[in-house]
Ligand binder design. Structure first.
Ligand code: SF4
Length: 330
């Protein structure tokens, strides 16, 4: 676990697995400039932690597709952290990668269940696998068995132990298509999720969240039906050498939709490009292209770098967390 992280919405990272590959549907989107692969390549020399897991190609840093589960010492690290933290699970991989068996995931989830003092933030692009995993009828039993095998004690001390109250299960999406492809799986798994969230980063297009935020809809003239949805939304632009700019209307529209729905919203960063003219030479015009969203004007974006671009959206920081965050006093 890394005690310090530059990721704005978490306190620490914990990587019980290493290695990844591009997720279906995100090869040219959210996975194209994978930050984790770029870091991994630096440590992929012989005998280094990512040896055989990542390599430099003509198209940039790429994962080899091999995935390793780390030893029990790495696996149980969060249990030795006494101070409550928000912990981003697998910042360098995807917990629901196809190479990982559900038995292996059970062991990781058992640690999260036992380390009740922390809040674990899981993020995946494999929402279908996450739903299959969480909704399996024997899931609670298999997590309990995994915990027992690791000698972690019994987390099922009350009937409210599941859905795990200290685990936020999130999906990552970069545009309307990836959002609409992945969110139905999150909705299906909602009964097994205490906090469901969306990370719209890198945000590469506008998103209409209407179907995925909690809402009511009239079913007849006299009655309406409540549709549950996301509990938290995070958005941010891309960083890194090949980062693509984010039209200001896209995060603005997400903030607006969340505000109207009463769902907490956190704006993480502009990333490499900012709409503020800070005097740098390079600029680019973001074309407009979308149905139903408010980016009717092209804008000039300026390459300022992540730090200088900052995280003010329409003159303010957006730092809201789901109400469950109060349980750890954050
Ligand atoms: S799923 Fe995440 S870690 Fe894996 S390749 Fe895509 S962006 Fe990188």
């Amino acid at each position: 676990m890394a005690d310090k992280t530059g990721i704005e919405w978490t306190d620490a990272t914990w990587n019980p697995i290493r290695g990844c590959s591009m997720a279906r549907g995100s090869e040219l989107g959210g996975c194209l400039n994978c930050y984790a692969a770029r870091v991994a390549v630096r440590y992929s020399g012989a005998g280094m932690p990512y040896d055989g897991l990542a390599r430099m190609t003509d198209n940039g840093p790429r994962w080899t597709g091999k995935v390793q589960v780390l030893d029990d010492d790495h696996l149980t690290q969060p249990l030795r952290w006494k101070k409550p933290r928000r912990i981003f699970v697998n910042s360098m991989s995807d917990l629901f990668h196809e190479s990982l068996t559900f038995d292996a995931i059970d062991r990781i989830v058992a640690v999260m269940a036992a380390a009740k003092q922390h809040t674990f933030q899981v993020l995946t692009k494999r929402a279908d696998r996450m739903a299959e995993y969480l909704t399996h009828p024997s899931r609670r039993t298999s997590v309990l068995y995994a915990g027992k095998a690791l000698d972690l004690g019994n987390p099922a001390t009350s009937s409210s132990w599941w859905p795990l109250p200290n685990v936020w299960w999130g999906v990552s999406a970069e545009d309307q298509k990836t959002l609409d492809d992945r969110m139905p799986f999150v909705i299906r798994a909602l009964p097994d999720i205490a906090v469901a969230w969306l990370s719209a980063e890198p945000l590469l297009g506008p998103m209409d969240l209407a179907k995925w935020l909690p809402h009511t809809r009239e079913t007849s003239q006299t009655s309406e039906h409540f549709y549950p949805g996301l509990h938290w939304v995070v958005a941010g632009g891309e960083s890194g050498p090949d980062a693509r700019p984010m039209h200001p209307a896209w995060p603005t529209h997400l903030a607006l939709q969340c505000t109207v729905a009463g769902v907490p919203f956190l704006f993480k960063q502009w990333g490499e490009w900012t709409p503020d003219d800070n005097g740098t030479k390079v600029h680019r015009v973001v074309p407009t292209h979308h149905r139903n969203v408010i980016d009717t004007l092209a804008v000039r974006m300026f390459r300022a770098g992540k730090k200088a671009a900052g995280r003010l959206l329409n003159g303010r920081e957006w730092n809201d967390y789901p109400a469950m965050a109060e349980r750890t006093g954050r």
